[in-house]
Design a protein around this ligand. Structure first.
Ligand SMILES: Cc1cc2nc3c(=O)[nH]c(=O)nc-3n(C[C@H](O)[C@H](O)[C@H](O)COP(=O)(O)O)c2cc1C
Length: 179
């Protein structure tokens, strides 16, 4: 039987919620990337990794990427969770580049990468992330030729944004079930 695990890197819970939903649908376990050392990843045929996007990094990926490609025949499926529009080619290219920046060249272009949309509650952000968002807002306010996404970020600054959509994991489930 195909043994699968879902790993996630999540600061505020959106990626964790997607990971748990995927695991529930596939009937497998979900675990935080911080637990990776306690897991025997070689016991799995398929590893699904999802991480929240944080200004040029993917939460948990630093830890998990080291194990990717280590076991012959093991399949990895990657997904990100961010605010950026998952349907845009720009988001998809950026996310793939972020994941691949931690992978050896021979794996570039080989792994399925999916983009999901999470959310953000400014009231719940820790100091570091609040400061980063404040700096981004300063930058965006001064930026000429703002994109639609820039305008949306500026308009929703300080509020609660929620794009969580359980049904958006379907392509990941289809990929995981593909033999
Ligand atoms: C400091 C900071 C930086 C972020 N950078 C990005 C980004 O570069 N791209 C993006 O799409 N979303 C970005 N986000 C939004 C998060 O990816 C989004 O809130 C996501 O749902 C977080 O997932 P988590 O709750 O699992 O940590 C950022 C959020 C914060 C607080």
């Amino acid at each position: 039987m195909n043994k699968t695990i879902v790993l996630y890197g999540s600061h505020y819970g959106a990626t964790r919620a997607y990971a748990r939903h995927i695991a529930g649908q596939l009937g497998c376990a979900a675990a935080a990337a911080e637990q990776i050392k306690e897991l025997d990843l070689s016991a799995y045929d398929t590893v699904i990794f999802g991480g929240g996007l944080y200004a040029g990094s993917v939460a948990g990926w630093n830890k998990a990427a080291k194990y990717c490609g280590q076991k012959e025949g093991q399949r990895w499926i990657l997904f990100s969770c961010g605010l950026a529009d998952p349907a845009s080619a720009k988001t998809q290219n950026e996310v793939r580049t972020l994941f691949e920046s931690r992978l050896p060249d021979e794996l570039h272009g080989k792994l399925p990468v999916f983009c999901l949309r999470g959310g953000m509650d400014y009231a719940k952000l820790g100091l570091k992330h609040r400061t980063m968002m404040a700096a981004l807002m300063l930058f965006l306010r001064r930026k000429k030729d703002k994109t639609e996404e820039d305008e949306q970020l500026l308009q929703t600054y300080g509020q609660k944004i929620d794009f969580f959509d359980e049904s958006s994991v379907q392509p990941i489930l289809d990929e995981a079930r593909r033999q």
